[in-house]
Design a protein around this ligand. Structure first.
Ligand SMILES: *Cc1c(COP(=O)(O)O)cnc(C)c1O
Length: 468
């Protein structure tokens, strides 16, 4: 055997069709397949031998060795962390993306125009001006790095790319409890986490008055406020900062406003009252959010949207001679996405988003998002109706955080809740993750799951009750 294409395309076709059928069966029956641990024998079988085989053989191995051992986030009672479910349309778009194998760093081809169309749709959803620019990235973590790099350039000027930031005492403001993606971003940009000024926050998010005081104190001490980070949907409790108030302060202080809307930004598509949670998002200088969480699109895909295209481009544009754009031909297609982020070679993330948007439409996606909020509220109601269970925090959006037995001492509650989370994961009954509220480890459901039904909510709470 030589070469890397199938020797027998008909045998390949037959094997691929069988695998496609297996995948469709699997997605259609997602709710029969909770997470399961990977057996040792299967894990050992992953050892790379690199001896070569046929495509038909590897198709059969994918079906038995890879397909059954996911995170289980395709299951209807998966509420752990903030994991999206994935969509059946992902099968279609990923098949075509793999076939086309486009490099979306630039040039003149279909995927680039599709990515622009997706970003343009997002721009309108988030009410950013027509001058905004965007790029699809691996996720909100990467989008945050890009956005804060643009914010830093705004403060220090374009020469920061040559000289580095030197001794500038930059400051980034965010609510206590902000996602650690923000800390990682300031570390990666060389600011260090000492530059992250955490502000008290309550059920309404970051306290705007405390923010104003912090900015004034930092300025008085010679520091340079670089960015305010507002959160639309906190990862722990699903809280929202009051973005209008933050935008007012950002405008008054001439400080960049970045919004971490990883999942919560998509409340823009939801019904009242949830839509109002993200009011003011269109006033941000930058937004980071994910399609792979609450837009249910398969991993991975996030969005970095920046109000000022020039600031975005100034932070990243850099093309050596061999990448110079042409007027026409394949080397045309300016602007190139490689000038708006850190990746030169880029996969075709836009296709799965475009496919989902065109298939389901904004209204159906929004209805699924609203339904998840209703389900979190219903879970909260069931918890409150089932003492000794108790909510650890009010349900604001799609997160419900509670303890299985509020009558126990804090340490005993933590032990019990941790034990229940593990037991339900292992039994396949439901996946909760945990978080700490007031020092107590609590059960946490983050519902970004279009397969969840009200029966699933009742069954999950029933399983907690039984395991208590
Ligand atoms: C998930 C999440 C992030 C990080 O996003 P990734 O897509 O995992 O990189 C940041 N902020 C919040 C609020 C999140 O929920």
């Amino acid at each position: 055997m030589s070469g890397l294409d199938p020797e027998d395309w008909e045998a390949f076709r037959a094997a691929a069709h069988r695998l496609l059928d297996t995948c469709i069966d699997r997605i259609a029956a997602s709710s029969d397949h909770p997470w399961q641990p990977v057996p040792d024998t299967v894990r050992d079988g992953y050892a790379v031998r690199a001896e070569g085989t046929t495509e038909a053989d590897i198709a059969a191995r994918l079906a038995t060795e890879a397909l059954p051992y996911g995170t289980g986030n395709t299951h209807s009672r998966f509420f752990g962390w903030v994991h999206g479910t994935g969509l059946a349309t992902g099968l279609l778009s990923e098949m075509v993306a793999a076939t086309v194998n486009a490099n979306c760093g630039g040039r003149d081809h279909g995927a680039v125009y599709i990515e622009r169309a997706v970003i343009e749709w997002c721009r309108q959803v988030f009410d950013f001006p027509p001058t905004a620019s965007g790029v699809l990235v691996a996720g909100t973590s990467q989008a945050t790095v890009l956005a804060l790099a643009a914010a830093r350039l705004r403060v220090l000027g374009p020469q920061v790319r040559k000289t580095g930031q030197g001794a500038a005492q930059l400051r980034v403001y965010a609510a206590a409890g902000v996602h650690n993606a923000i800390a990682k971003a300031v570390e990666l940009l060389g600011l260090g986490t000492d530059s992250l000024h955490l502000i008290e926050s309550g059920p309404d998010g970051l306290d705007p008055e405390a923010l104003s005081r912090a900015i004034a104190a930092d300025r008085a001490a010679g520091a340079v406020p670089m960015a305010i980070v507002g959160t639309a949907g906190s990862v722990d409790l699903g809280r929202f900062d009051r973005l209008e108030a933050l935008a007012d302060i950002a405008a008054a202080e001439s400080v960049w406003l970045h919004v971490d809307g990883a999942f919560g930004a998509w409340t823009r598509l939801a019904d009242p009252p949830w839509r109002a949670l993200s009011d003011g998002i269109g006033r941000a200088d930058s937004l980071a959010c994910d399609f792979h969480k609450w837009m249910y699109v398969p991993y991975d895909c996030g969005l970095c949207l920046i109000r000022d295209e020039a600031a975005h481009r100034a932070a990243f544009a850099a093309r050596p001679a061999y990448l110079e754009a042409q007027e026409d031909g394949l080397g045309g297609g300016d602007p190139w996405f490689c000038d708006y982020g850190i990746d030169l070679s880029r996969g075709n993330r836009a296709l799965k988003v475009w496919t989902a948007l065109e298939t389901y439409g904004a209204a159906r996606l929004g209805a699924a998002i609203s339904a998840n909020c209703l389900q979190a509220a219903e879970m909260g109601r069931l918890v409150e109706a089932s003492p000794p269970m108790a909510l650890a925090a009010p349900v604001v959006s799609n997160l419900c955080v509670f303890t299985a037995d509020a009558t126990l001492a804090p340490d005993a509650q933590s032990t019990l809740n941790g034990r229940i989370a593990t037991a339900l994961q292992l039994s396949g009954a439901a996946v909760f993750s945990t978080t700490k509220v007031g020092g107590v480890t609590c059960l946490r459901a983050a519902i970004t799951n279009h397969r969840t039904t009200d029966e699933d909510i009742a069954a999950a709470i029933g399983a907690v009750r039984e395991a208590s």
